[in-house]
Write a protein that binds this ligand. Structure first.
Ligand code: GLN
Length: 411
């Protein structure tokens, strides 16, 4: 095998998703929905299959209908008239959009700043394109293990960020709402990060795939591309899968100025050429009808309830957690949970963080699967995640209630 892949271990998803299936555990692990996309969106996908042309290749920038729908929807978000020809690129999921961006900007040895914890895919996406990830931590408050904290209390130290910049630094990856913390960066935080990017001429890749999922009291989602002149150096990443409960469709997008988007486009054309055509039609239908049908408002209300099903349980169990301001994960402190000494773990968990053992035991013994967040830290920092488990609440209320019943056994 090539060096670029030979060091990859088994990723957390391909350990825990099969384990949940095998053990019939309730799967609050990998973040995908067990409910259907909104009817308008699902029906549009079915209808698209009956249109001969919609089964063929699309324009490599994305189908015009989807680019126009994105331009209409996101022009309001970015307070500018977006050009559907040059400022929007439809990608094969947000993940491939990020891969294409790294491919479009990184030369061998270029450094990319990633905040820790990070969504795990960033790292191989960077290294496969010759780049080097450089980590800067988001830190919880000192007493986070003793109480429920807000995701907003996780902080980036700007001086620490500055200390990581070298002549090789080319990009910074931002993730808001953040997976797995749920943090929504506020304007002051974004401005401070943006200033570092300005001073060092960095490209900002802002992963905003959960942009439609933020919770009251937040009534607005701040975007780094809207601050000062940062539009000029920012590519924003979005996701049809997260927006419309269709994570398997692999329809995402990049939005940014032409002088940045064109490099991601150049790379993407040579990787996938174009994106799944019928699903693009369906995502376009979702965006076209989102406002009149209140799709995003409804989703937020539903997710608020789902969040409360789990947060009430963790309150009851007296397990401290981070209350997320956005996205659909709750990071729980598991220090108080004891695993029986004689419990046997499989070999595959050797050489992993202790949180892998906790999540394995929860899956196997309690029957609820969660994700061990050390996967989102570089190896040296695995101990920082030792007492965390990430529970996803993008599931039906019924399934969440079943999980509650099982998790009460922890009392
Ligand atoms: N984004 C989802 C999560 O964090 C799924 C990730 C994946 O399957 N690679 O759970």
């Amino acid at each position: 095998p090539a060096e670029r892949v030979s060091h990859f271990g088994r990723d957390v998803w391909s350990i825990f998703t099969p384990l949940a299936l095998e053990t019939k555990a309730i799967n609050l692990g990998q973040g995908y929905m067990n409910f259907a996309p909104p009817a308008t969106v699902q029906n549009a996908a079915k209808e698209a299959l009956d249109v001969v042309e919609a089964n063929q290749y699309s324009h490599p920038r994305g189908r015009p209908r989807l680019r126009n729908a994105l331009a209409t929807s996101y022009s309001k978000q970015f307070n500018r008239e977006l050009d559907a020809e040059t400022e929007i690129l439809v990608t094969a999921g947000a993940n491939e959009g990020m891969f294409a961006t790294f491919a479009g900007f990184l030369d061998a040895g270029d450094e990319v700043i990633c905040m820790e914890p990070f969504f795990d895919q960033y790292i191989p996406n960077i290294t496969m394109n010759g780049g080097k990830p450089v980590y800067v931590p988001l830190r919880p408050p000192a007493d986070a293990a003793d109480r429920v904290i807000s995701s907003h209390e996780w902080k980036l130290d700007i001086n620490e960020l500055k200390s990581k910049i070298t002549p090789k630094t080319k990009m910074i990856v931002l993730n808001t709402p953040h997976n797995p913390i749920g943090k929504v960066f506020d304007e002051d935080e974004l401005r401070a990060i943006g200033q570092v990017a300005e001073e060092n001429n960095l490209v900002i890749l802002s992963d905003e795939v959960y942009d439609r999922l933020y919770y009251p009291p937040l009534n607005k989602f701040p975007r780094i591309a809207n601050i000062d002149n940062l539009w000029e150096r920012t590519i924003t990443v979005g996701s049809g899968g997260k927006s419309f409960a269709a994570t398997g469709w692999r329809v995402g997008w990049l939005i940014g100025p032409e002088h940045l988007i064109k490099h991601a486009f150049a790379a993407q054309t040579r990787v996938v050429f174009c994106v799944n055509s019928p699903c693009q039609e369906a995502v376009a239908a979702g965006l076209e009808n989102a406002l009149t049908e209140g799709i995003f408002e409804n989703q937020i209300q539903q997710y608020l309830h789902k969040r409360s099903i789990l947060s009430k349980l963790f309150d009851e169990l007296n397990l401290p957690y981070t209350m997320p301001e956005g996205a659909y994960y709750i990071l729980v402190n598991t220090s108080k949970i004891e695993i029986p000494k004689d419990f046997k773990f499989p070999e595959i968990l050797n050489d992993r963080g202790d949180d892998f053992k906790m999540c394995y035991w929860l899956t196997k013994h309690i029957g609820v699967c969660a994700i061990p967040p050390s996967e989102f830290y570089e190896r040296e920092h695995w101990p920082l995640a030792a007492h965390f488990a990430r529970f996803a609440f993008c599931k039906t209320d019924e399934v969440l209630e079943q999980a509650v019943v099982r998790l009460r056994e922890l009392e």
